[in-house]
Structures are given as structure tokens and as C-alpha cells.
Design a protein around this ligand. Structure first.
Ligand code: UDP
Length: 151
């Protein structure tokens, strides 16, 4: 089992897409262990996107994610990091495959609705940034034995 950090950016929240997007993760069989709507302090945005500091889009990205609330989720499941990235799709909505969140709901490269951790290491770092110790729920879903059955 892995836990990954997903957040819906201000464009998704303002466009009223929370339900449509969250429903995709839920329907896939993944498990929510954390969820919250929040305004993003600038220092959190800067820590989260530290790897992009100095890039041409960095200042605009920080301004964007701190401009209006985001909807943050911790999502748990077998291979959850890669599965969520597949559901999200390529960075630019014009290139993202149909059927993915970015491919179905957007056309932009910067205002692309959603963030998902890109590796297990990133997920661990990002979960610690966005959620306090003890904030995530523990849940035992008996149905998981069917959801993840490999046969
Ligand atoms: N971004 C941008 N312009 C670019 C590349 C990235 O505005 O040329 C923004 C976009 O919102 C993206 C975020 O920076 O989601 C982080 O970039 P990354 O390459 O990590 O893409 P992601 O993992 O979100 O697909």
C-alpha cells in the first residue's frame, strides 16, 4: 500500500469540478485517508514546488496556487502514486490523453487543475508538508481483497 498527495488547484475548485474529479479516484477503488479545503500559505507553496524555483513559470505557479482555495487529498492504495498519475494525465491538457482528468477537463499547461506526487519519495515529502502528524485517517476496507485481486 502507498499513500500519495493530490490536490485540486484553484481552477478546478472555482470551476466546480471537485465532485467530478474526486469521484474518479473513488470509483477507481482508491481510499481517501485525508481531505480538506484550504488556502495555501506562500511558504507552503514554495516548499512544495521547491524543485521548480528559478524556472520561468515558478512565480506564476506560486501566485496561482496561493490565489484561492485548493482541495487537498491523501489517497491510499496499491501502487497509488503511479495509478493516480495515470488517472491525472500529462501536464498539458492539450496533450493529455482522453480519459485522464487533464485530458477530459482542460486545455492549459499551467492551469491544469490537479497535482499528484510523482514518486513515492515525493509523496512522503509532500504528505508531511500538507498534513500534520495524526491527521490522516486509518481505515480497513474489507472490500479491498476484491478490489486488488490480481486474478
Ligand atoms: N507548469 C507550468 N509551465 C510549465 C511546466 C509546469 O506552468 O512549463 C506548472 C503546471 O501547473 C504543473 C506544475 O508547474 O502542473 C508542476 O510542473 P511538473 O513538471 O511537476 O508537472 P506535473 O507533475 O504537475 O504534471
Amino acid at each position: 500500500m502507498e499513500t500519495t498527495l493530490i490536490f485540486l488547484k484553484p481552477d478546478a475548485v472555482q470551476r466546480g469540478l471537485i465532485g467530478s474529479i474526486v469521484g474518479r479516484f473513488e470509483a477507481k477503488g482508491l481510499t481517501f485517508v485525508g481531505m480538506k479545503l484550504m488556502n495555501v500559505p506562500k511558504d507552503l507553496a514554495e516548499k512544495h514546488y521547491a524543485e521548480h524555483q528559478g524556472k520561468p513559470f515558478y512565480d506564476g505557479l506560486i501566485a496561482f496556487v496561493t490565489s484561492s482555495p485548493v482541495f487537498v487529498m491523501a489517497i491510499r492504495g496499491v501502487n497509488a502514486v503511479a495509478v493516480c498519475r495515470t488517472l491525472i494525465g500529462a501536464t498539458n491538457g492539450q496533450k493529455a490523453d482522453p480519459g485522464t482528468i487533464r485530458g477530459d477537463f482542460g486545455m492549459s499547461g499551467g492551469y491544469n487543475m490537479i497535482h499528484g506526487s510523482d514518486s513515492l519519495e515525493s509523496a512522503e515529502r509532500e504528505l508531511a508538508l500538507w498534513f500534520d502528524d495524526g491527521e490522516l485517517a486509518t481505515i480497513d476496507k474489507t472490500l479491498d481483497q476484491w478490489v486488488y485481486d490480481p486474478s
